[in-house]
Design a protein around this ligand. Structure first.
Ligand SMILES: Cc1ncc(COP(=O)(O)O)c(C=O)c1O
Length: 454
């Protein structure tokens, strides 16, 4: 580790003087996987970000791991009123669960209006998607134990059924659920909770048929076996409506609806982890709505800026559920007030600019572009798929995918995100423009052309 001090950032100094070794300095001190870019927070535009060191522009199809719905420099986030509200909320960080502010009230009102679900009236806020999922699980464990007691079953709800290829975070309970890249969980203590197969299929003609496919029947049989074995202990079934980190794996609505039916039959709550699929990227506020599902709990984060849980439906069967009984779930800050102010403004812009419709239309454009690319390079690119802007394609293996990703960034200044063992995912801003999507596909096409002629 070097002892050299970083110079403080002076915004009127020449950019190259401000940040010569910032990436190396950070790499030597902070855990992470830093790109070789120093983001210029003042001069990005839409899905294009600028490198503070030399002004290089990168077309970013990752948008900070799917967490910046309006991209850079959106005029709606540049108003004097918004900037004053940010500063006011930033001077001190209140403990939101215990001290009311007008800012928190305005956030809750806006969230309920733009993305709210009347069937899920309870809200809980916390920082981080993993902690959001953890607290959804805690609500379910609390519920199941009380529900069992009401039925004369002296047993704690202490297990969470989940899917193969799930990613729910890297915190305490979620370590027992996450099973994508083994490095993320290897050797950490975990609970032995029931894991069932994840029968993902490519969206296509069979997508909306009600008849179950053989792999879906197999997964349902595995779920039924687990419910028969541990039914009174299983508090919830937790699922990503579209498995993001596992490789953009789409589960058919017919399968997930059947899982929901089975869980209801066995007194088990359903928890949709919408940390990645929620917040409008599918062209709907929540992916579970696009799939016609009715979860009891929804965990959210990323694009919403504030992470947390929405709850209702069967949770309400227990009057003193964990949303209502004091001290069952809480944290000091309960989300950050600055994030709430930013989230409020972003939600207002999503509403006033009709960005859900826009995301759905841009998703169609993107999918047709990705299909075109797959037709041109059938040996290299397969399985173009997407719901709204949550889109992906596959490469024959992870090595090629990683090489394409690196070359697209180095040669064409276009940034993509890997997903699962061999997929490339698209997570642009909801406000993405058609030219940004077509330019990014053109960069991918140019990279493939160069690789094919090597
Ligand atoms: C579906 C899902 N759940 C949970 C998480 C964890 O969120 P965080 O990284 O904010 O803890 C993620 C992060 O990618 C996710 O995609």
């Amino acid at each position: 580790m070097t002892a050299q001090r970083l110079a403080p950032v002076e915004h009127d100094a020449a950019p190259e003087a401000q940040s010569p070794n910032v990436v190396d300095e950070l790499r030597s001190r902070v855990t992470g996987d830093l790109l070789d870019v120093v983001v210029d927070l003042d001069s990005g535009e839409g899905c294009r970000l600028s490198d503070l060191r030399d002004g290089t522009r990168y077309l970013d199809m990752t948008m900070y791991f799917s967490s910046a719905p309006l991209g850079h420099g959106h005029p709606g986030l540049r108003t004097p009123e918004f900037e004053a509200a940010l500063v006011r909320a930033g001077r001190v960080k209140p403990a939101n669960p215990d001290f009311a502010t007008m800012e928190q009230a305005r956030f809750v009102e806006t969230l309920r209006r733009v993305f709210g679900d009347p069937e899920l009236p309870w809200l809980f806020f916390i920082e981080g998607g993993g902690p959001a999922v953890e607290n959804a699980l805690k609500v379910a464990f609390d519920w199941k134990t009380k529900h069992n007691a009401r039925r004369g079953v002296p047993m704690r709800g202490s297990r969470a059924m989940h899917l193969r290829w799930a990613f729910h975070g890297r915190t305490g309970y979620t370590m027992s659920l996450t099973n994508t890249d083994p490095r993320k969980v290897r050797d950490y203590p975990a609970f032995d909770w029931p894991r069932i197969p994840s029968p993902a299929v490519e969206p296509g003609p069979r997508w909306d048929t009600a008849e179950l496919l053989p792999a879906e029947r197999e997964a349902l049989d595995a779920a039924e076996a687990a419910l028969t074995r541990y039914g009174n202990e299983i508090a919830c079934f937790v699922y990503e409506p579209i498995q993001g980190e596992g490789g953009d794996r789409h589960l058919r609505p017919a399968f997930l609806r059947e899982m929901q039916r089975l869980c209801r039959e066995h007194h088990v709550l359903t928890v949709a982890d919408e940390v990645q699929s929620g917040g409008g990227i599918t062209g709907h506020p929540w992916a579970h709505q696009a799939l016609g599902l009715e979860p009891d709990l929804v965990a959210f984060g990323k694009r919403l800026q504030v992470c947390g849980v929405m709850g209702g439906r069967r949770v309400n069967d227990i009057e003193d559920n964990a949303f209502r009984e004091p001290s069952r779930i809480s944290s000091t800050w309960g989300g950050s007030l600055v994030d709430m102010v930013r989230a409020t403004r972003i939600l207002e812009v999503i509403e006033s600019e009709n960005l859900l419709n826009h995301a759905a239309r841009m998703g169609e454009l993107l999918l047709s572009e990705l299909r075109g690319l797959a037709a041109e390079y059938p040996d290299l690119v397969t399985a173009p798929r997407g719901r709204g802007l949550m889109a992906a394609l596959d490469f024959p293996d992870g090595t090629l995918r990683d090489r394409v990703t690196a070359l697209a960034r180095q040669r064409h200044h276009t940034v993509f995100l890997p997903s699962g063992p061999r997929s490339l995912r698209w997570r642009p801003a909801l406000s993405v423009r058609p030219d940004e999507l077509t330019d990014a596909v053109a960069a991918l096409r140019a990279t493939l052309r160069e690789l094919s002629s090597e």
